[in-house]
Design a protein around this ligand. Structure first.
Ligand SMILES: [Mg+2]
Length: 203
């Protein structure tokens, strides 16, 4: 009798090698509109202040349609310093989730200056997501507006997109793969690069 071409075990192995790709979005200055003052940006401290960029909805939808998981990775040190409550930040994320239908939101509440593994520029939130969502990090992207976002991307092995909001009170990132005008421009570049890689592989 003819044997099957592959065993269930081999089929299982083949299944495991298929990995997902994500676009990791920083929150403030990328999806949510911060307050700009003295050459830097400040996160919203109340629900009333919390605003989402008008182009964010199309950006996240485009990313998902192109096959990416849409995941937020955000440092929120203002909770530790007492400027805003954790409940308020969580309420902001419910708004973000309701409007953008993200796959996930990863938050780090460590204070500024903490070297915790999940606090950007460390890549812990990205690594945790990779495990949770079965991600290939070399085909995933980080979109951010600060050097710490670009550094987290580099440490995780993701491509990086920098949105330059013109901060003059902090060092600009020196290494990134693309400079975007806003989050929609960023996502369009990620999709074009993904398709370019696929085309190259199919040659
Ligand atoms: Mg930011």
């Amino acid at each position: 009798m003819a044997q099957p071409c592959f065993t269930p075990r081999l089929a299982g192995v083949a299944h495991e090698v298929v990995k997902n790709s994500a676009i990791f979005f920083d929150r403030d200055g990328v999806l949510a509109i911060p307050t700009f003052r003295d050459g830097r940006s400040f996160s919203a401290l109340s629900i009333n202040e919390f605003r989402i960029y008008p182009e964010a909805e199309e950006a996240v939808l485009s990313a998902k349609t192109a096959g990416f998981l849409a995941i937020v990775i955000t440092n929120q040190p203002d909770v530790a310093s007492g400027k805003v409550s954790r409940e308020t930040v969580e309420a902001m994320h419910e708004i973000l989730q309701a409007q953008l239908a993200l796959h996930d939101i990863e938050v780090n509440y460590e204070p500024s200056g903490s070297l915790a593994s999940r606090r950007k520029p460390n890549p812990g939130m990205i690594f945790d997501s990779a495990e949770k969502w079965n991600l290939s990090l070399s085909t995933s992207y980080v979109v951010g507006d600060r050097a710490s976002d670009m550094e987290a991307a580099r440490r995780a092995g993701c491509a990086s997109v920098f949105i330059d909001r013109g901060y003059v009170a902090e060092p600009l990132p020196r290494i990134f793969d693309y400079k975007a005008s806003d989050v929609l421009d960023a996502v369009k570049w990620c999709i074009a690069r993904k398709n370019g890689v696929q085309d190259a592989e199919n040659l």
